[in-house]
Write a protein that binds this ligand. Sequence first.
Ligand SMILES: Nc1nc2c(ncn2[C@@H]2O[C@H](COP(=O)(O)OP(=O)(O)O)[C@@H](O)[C@H]2O)c(=O)[nH]1
Ligand SMILES: [Mg+2]
Length: 229
Amino acid sequence: MPDMRIAVLIPAHNESAALPRVLDAIPKDLVEEVVVVDNASTDGTAGVARAGGATLLEEPRLGYGAACLRGIDYLKVKRPDVVVFLDGDFSDHPEEMPALVEPIRRGACDLVIGSRVLGRREPGALLPHARLGNILATGLIRLLHGARFTDLGPFRAIRFDRLLELEMRDQGFGWTVEMQVKAVRRGLVALEVPVSYRKRLGVSKISGTLGGSLRAGYTILRTVLRNRA
Ligand SMILES: Nc1nc2c(ncn2[C@@H]2O[C@H](COP(=O)(O)OP(=O)(O)O)[C@@H](O)[C@H]2O)c(=O)[nH]1
Ligand SMILES: [Mg+2]
């Protein structure tokens, strides 16, 4: 796919501090449209998204997956070739996007996971319990589904037609792992490329809190088990 049309999808909940930096760092020549799905933010995230040139969608249902599903619905009209998912907290390095989409461009795969485990991590960016959770989850995926991943990271690229085939459902933080497990079950070819990771700007909603981590851990486990066979 030499001339692929790429859309970027950013779920955001109160990310007005980080979002301008994220939008700035996206390689403009690579991307046709940047879509920010604002989830009931109260800090002006919507205005920041618009000012940064992104298409702004509003999703009143809270949840990472709910926001992603809303964005996918919107993109069904636009029909991009590839969707890149990216967090709004400036933890990822959007300028690494060319390397992320390259395996899809050369026709080597349908899904590319940006692995923070294989990449360069700022100390303290990936918290120890998140790292442990990833080891357990990817170990379980290998055991139950026979696929080797090192990470469930948010920075990822997937062919849009394949993404629609996955019939994604999770409205919360099971979203990323649901994509990986379903991709394996349905015969998509998935690869990982190393991506860098730094400490977020602003306040963590998931791994930075005990409640968020426990809920995410439970959802991830349930998703890995539920999508067996
Ligand atoms: N749309 C949406 N995004 C969310 C929600 N909670 C967190 N996010 C976004 O999901 C991404 C990851 O959340 P974050 O707090 O960074 O989690 P952490 O990386 O585990 O600390 C960020 O871009 C958040 O803005 C939510 O309820 N809805
Ligand atoms: Mg984060």
